[in-house]
Design a protein around this ligand. Structure first.
Ligand code: MV4
Length: 479
């Protein structure tokens, strides 16, 4: 592989291209009219203009990307995350055109894109799953019967759903019919597929996911877990590796289960198997994400591997260069997603120009960033500016480093999730590891952030006043 097209933008396009360059592979960026001056375009050896800013006229134009890739004699396409990364039809088209899709085969993408197909694929592999049904249900009477068997509360989920869309908790039998009808109509309009199914609702789960990597020779390994329980509206904000609560035994069991899930769909490349962990430390398979994930850096830091390099190697047909026994966890990594959103105003997008934008630097600090001072945050795409990642020998060290890195990260012009990150890192529930996916709902308190910002403003005002009084005595002002 001598040249690859990176079919993405922002920090992930840069992150993929960095590894490609390190491997001596030429890079081709794609960009929309909104991204003409974006760092990922300048970093690449060549670049392709796709079209106007909206994604469906630019970054989602799979056929155009393939056509231009062929004109430039590229060998492969890396899709990053989002956009075309989990589009089975695109993956297929890439391969049909004689290019390498740096990711799994379309079959695996398709199976895991449907929750019911995924459950069906893994059913002979002895993977723990939440009690429930494994087929689409439309009959309310049957649904009531099943709900009574598994016991309320239950959760109605859309088979084609993702990111919590189309999910409905049902506490009691009387509510089942209306909620089921709503879930079906929501799923039909959102995904064009009204299939829904029922699971027992796990009330206070932690979100634990396992990073896997499979080569084309039947070898599959896992790189341990990431914990992603700190999220709001199904959007992760803080991730870490390893989890504060897994024992080595549970880690090994979940890792084995994740590798079996990958085998069940003939997986190739980097993938993530998501589990719920309940209060008694039972784990249940939820779904598999068939792409490189946003939070992959925490895994890279604790395992010492470059996941993009491995993706490219297995895409070239190479063997995985190690076995499971060669892999171990070293240290602890923490990641904060820095979004241009206002944490004091319900995390609403905060648009504007980055009047000041300075990254923290230092040992144990990694920033996967897509922005520069003076740039505007485009309204067309995901508002994530960067990922702030810290690494220490222990969880305490990674947290302390995150707190100081947040303080050193200078952003003016837009509101960001940095203060939210500082709140999380200092909260007792987080530092003790005693939290679940309801952290934001249970503990997030904007008053604490407001108070600390007021204190900071007071200190700044006092420093300014002191300076003013000193200057007044030493400088002779003109009369
Ligand atoms: C669940 C659940 C509780 N019980 N399934 C949310 C998105 C999708 N990936 C699955 N999700 C959940 N499925 C059962 N049977 C709770 C969630 C859930 C959740 C999962 C992971 C991370 C954050 C979450 C926030 C709310 C609900």
């Amino acid at each position: 592989m001598k040249k690859i097209v990176v079919a993405n933008r922002g920090e992930i396009a840069l992150r993929v291209m960095r590894t490609a360059k390190k491997m001596g592979i030429k890079t081709v960026a794609v960009y929309s009219e909104a991204d003409r001056n974006a760092p990922h375009v300048r970093f690449a050896d060549e670049a392709i203009l796709l079209g106007p800013p909206p994604s469906n006229q630019s970054y989602l134009l799979g056929d155009k990307i393939i056509e231009e890739a062929k004109k430039l004699n590229a060998d492969g396409i890396h899709p990053g995350y989002g956009f075309l990364s989990e589009n089975a039809t695109f993956a297929e088209a890439v391969e049909k055109n004689g290019l390498v899709f740096i990711g799994p085969k379309s079959h695996a993408i398709r199976v895991m894109g449907s929750k019911l197909a995924a459950k069906d694929a893994v059913k002979d592999y002895n993977i723990p799953m939440v009690p429930g049904i494994d087929e689409a249900i439309t009959d309310v009477a049957k649904a009531k019967q099943i709900a009574k068997e598994i016991g309320f509360p239950i959760l109605i989920k859309a088979s084609a759903g993702g990111g919590g869309k189309g999910m409905r908790v049902v506490e009691k039998e009387e509510d089942l019919e209306s909620q089921m009808k709503r879930a079906i109509s929501e799923a039909t309009s959102a995904f064009g597929d009204g299939s829904v199914f029922i699971e027992k609702y796990v009330t206070s789960p932690r979100h634990i996911e396992i990073q896997v990597m499979a080569d084309t020779h039947g070898n599959t390994v896992h790189f341990f877990e990431r914990e992603c329980s700190i999220q709001r509206r199904h959007q992760k904000v803080v991730e870490e590796a390893p989890s504060a609560v897994l024992t080595p035994e549970l880690r090994a069991k979940m890792g084995e289960a994740a590798c079996k899930v990958a085998k069940a769909c003939d997986y190739v490349g980097a993938g993530t198997v998501e589990f719920l962990l309940d209060g008694d430390h039972n784990f249940y398979f939820l779904e598999m994400n068939t792409r490189l994930q946003v939070e992959h850096p925490v895994t890279e830091l604790i395992s010492g591997v470059d996941l993009v390099e491995l993706q490219i190697k297995v895409a070239r047909g190479e063997h995985l260069p190690f076995t499971q026994e060669d892999l171990s966890i070293n240290g602890h990594a923490m990641e904060l997603r820095v979004y241009a959103e206002d944490p004091l105003n319900d995390f609403l997008p905060s648009v504007g120009v980055l009047e000041r934008y300075r990254l923290p630097v230092g040992e144990g600090i990694r920033v996967d960033n897509g922005f520069e001072e003076g740039m505007e945050v485009p309204i067309y795409y995901d508002p994530m500016l960067a990922k702030l990642i810290t690494y220490g020998k222990t969880r305490e060290e990674a947290i302390a480093l995150m707190i100081s890195a947040i303080a050193d990260y200078q952003i003016e012009g837009v509101q960001t999730t940095l203060p939210f990150g500082a709140f999380v890192m200092q909260h007792e529930a987080f530092t003790t590891g005693n939290f679940d996916t309801h952290f934001v709902k249970h503990f997030y308190d904007t008053a604490i952030i407001k108070k600390s910002q007021e204190e900071e403003a007071k200190v700044a005002a006092m420093v300014a006043l002191k300076k003013y009084l000193e200057d007044k005595n030493t400088i002779k002002l003109p009369q």
